[in-house]
Design a protein around this ligand. Structure first.
Ligand code: 9MR
Length: 574
């Protein structure tokens, strides 16, 4: 199988900021430097130079050169880059190039909401649909849900929240990191110099039904999930009271496509877990401090849930998620020490209480290097706590605070070194181990660390690194593929999802603009990818087909990474 990869000059198909770095990659057999020209929309050459041969790129297997045209800063649309007889896809140079990406990336969450009708006036009629999973036939849930295999003697109303991905499951561990990144996108605006005091995320900036309620829309969106996470908590008086059920999903996998309101399967709760409980504790604690100025009662409710959950996790520190089977993803995680660190950090930042600080500083994660080369994710969450300890004002002792901040900057230096070594400019090492299920989100999470280092230091090299890191996502890669629907000349649009399954049923829409695909996955963890792509070089292990859930799904924790980064990018308007 040889994919169609278009022109051999690979650019960010969306564009570049006038004052930002501008890099491209040329696939060529040539070993010596080649001439390149930058052309404006009229076809005039506005800049020219020589490429830098980089040899064979390990992740793609291609002989490549890099092209740096950062010196050109004039805004315009329809630029192309020409080299070795090839003309790149067109792109813009503009300070507003990422402006709309913030709301597109966040709109994904509204469209993924469970238990509410999606309003076509807000997001386009093609995405309008009735509420799913409110106990209306043929749905069997989510208002009165039993535990799988009678593993509990009660039923819960766990309506609401976001569907995890292309399936209709709702998983607390993954809801946790996703809502954290939304909350942190907002929290960043309180301290980051370039965030212009949150104007970009103020009320009435997003397409959500709550717009105009004097609460920033991104908090309204986060609340939809926080309410669900609290419903997943085991009631008082029951075994494991205060813990959170790990997940709720169908008893059997449903077909593709399947609209939420048509799902006929029994919905079931899986047993509580320490990991889920700590996700609830961490995000409810963070939510409590951010909602305090807007809704004191909700803030207090969140803090109570967070405290109860944290205490329950300490009383049951090793209740590892037990998967009783059924039609849902696993999300198993047998090391919860990082979740303990994250939850303690959020509770400390919200309350300032000494007991939580003791737990933070006693955690081995507090002094460990929590910024792995391949990024943080739903199963490794210590970085979430560390980033918040570095950025959220607190009474953390000065020397410790300094060390915490330095750890973010050191991690950013490492990611900078990594991306500089990659001919495609991504902040992930150039080997197969960097290309795994959902890896695009890990790339963006490393970009978040670079961006946070910029917020902390103001040093331009970290901003430049963050900008260069996203070039890969928007087409500067071996496949010449933008992984964000609606963004770029050749963008993913057939992601695995039961709801926007256009490829299966032409009357259904493609995923909405701003939906991130999981990305190249050398593990080829689905049959379709395995059949089609066996033998692929890591960066080629992707196909924009609805059947390939392991390379081409959508997911809330991936779009939350995009949303955080998009919000940062939108604030870098120069
Ligand atoms: O994103 C998850 C990835 O890290 C795991 O390797 C993979 C296999 O366990 O599962 C992914 O999560 C899926 C979940 O289990 C079910 N909903 C869709 C998620 C994205 O593919």
């Amino acid at each position: 199988y040889v994919p169609e990869t278009g022109p051999r000059v690979r650019v960010n198909q969306v564009g570049y900021l006038p004052g930002g770095p501008k890099n491209a990659t040329l696939v060529t057999d040539a070993t010596d430097a080649l001439d390149w020209q930058l052309k404006n929309a009229a076809g005039d050459v506005v800049k020219s130079g020589r490429s830098t041969p980089r040899g064979v790129d390990a992740a793609s297997g291609q002989n490549v050169h890099t092209i740096d045209f950062s010196g050109y800063a004039t805004a315009g649309t329809g630029y192309t880059l020409v080299a070795d007889g090839e003309t790149s896809h067109p792109f813009d140079i503009s300070s507003t190039v990422y402006q709309q990406l913030r709301s597109d990336a966040l709109q994904f969450f509204y469209i993924q909401r469970s238990g509410i009708a999606i309003d076509g006036d807000l997001v386009g009629e093609q995405y309008a649909r009735p509420a799913g999973h409110l106990g209306v036939a043929p749905n069997k849930g989510d208002t009165d849900v039993p535990c799988r295999a009678n593993s509990c003697d009660y039923r819960l109303d766990v309506r609401g929240g976001w569907y995890d991905a292309g399936d209709h499951g709702k998983y607390v561990v993954n809801g946790g990191i996703a809502v954290q990144q939304l909350l942190s996108s907002f929290e960043r605006t309180k301290t980051a110099v370039t965030a212009a005091h949150g104007a970009g995320l103020a009320d009435s900036t997003l397409r959500v039904p709550e717009r105009g309620n004097d609460v920033p829309d991104i908090l309204d969106e986060a609340r939809w999930e926080l309410e669900f996470l609290m419903r997943m908590q085991v009631p008082a008086g029951k075994p494991f009271a205060g813990m959170a059920h790990h997940k709720i999903h169908d008893a059997n996998w449903t077909g593709l496509p399947m609209q939420p309101e048509d799902d006929p399967e029994q919905r079931e709760l899986q047993p509580p877990s320490t990991a889920a409980t700590l996700n609830l504790a961490a995000t409810a604690a963070q939510g409590a401090r951010l909602f305090a100025p807007y809704d004191a009662a909700f803030s207090a409710k969140l803090l109570t849930a967070a405290r109860t959950a944290y205490a329950a996790a300490k009383a049951n520190p090793a209740k590892i998620a037990q998967d009783l089977g059924g039609g849902g993803g696993g999300y198993g995680d047998d090391d919860v020490s990082d979740e303990f660190y994250w939850a303690a950090a959020e509770l400390y930042l919200t309350t300032g209480e000494a007991a939580f600080l003791t737990d933070v500083t006693a955690s081995r994660h507090h002094t460990a290097d929590v910024f792995a080369a391949t990024g943080f994710g739903w199963a490794s969450t210590a970085a979430l706590g560390r980033l918040d300890l570095a950025t959220v004002p607190s009474a953390l002792p000065a020397a410790d605070r300094q060390r915490v901040r330095q750890s973010v900057v050191t991690a950013a230096d490492n990611y900078l070194a990594t991306l500089t070594a990659q001919a495609y400019g991504l902040p992930m090492p150039g080997n197969a181990g960097s290309y795994f299920w959902g890896g695009n989100s890990n790339i963006l999470n490393n970009v978040q660390v670079l961006a946070t280092a910029f917020d902390l230091t103001g040093a331009a090299k970290y901003r430049d690194g963050a900008l260069q890191g996203v070039d890969y996502i928007f087409g500067r890669n071996a496949l010449n593929q933008s992984y964000v629907t609606g963004w770029g000349e050749k963008a993913s649009e057939n992601q695995h999802t039961r709801i926007y399954a256009h490829e299966k049923d032409a009357s259904l829409p493609h995923p909405p603009a701003g939906s991130l695909a999981g990305g190249a996955n050398a593990g080829l963890d689905d049959p379709y990818a395995k059949d089609l792509l066996t033998g692929c070089k890591p960066m080629f292990c992707y196909v924009d087909d609805i059947e390939s859930y392991a390379t081409n799904e959508v997911a809330i924790n991936w779009n939350s990474a995009l949303a955080w980064v998009a919000s940062f990018l939108a604030d870098q308007g120069r």
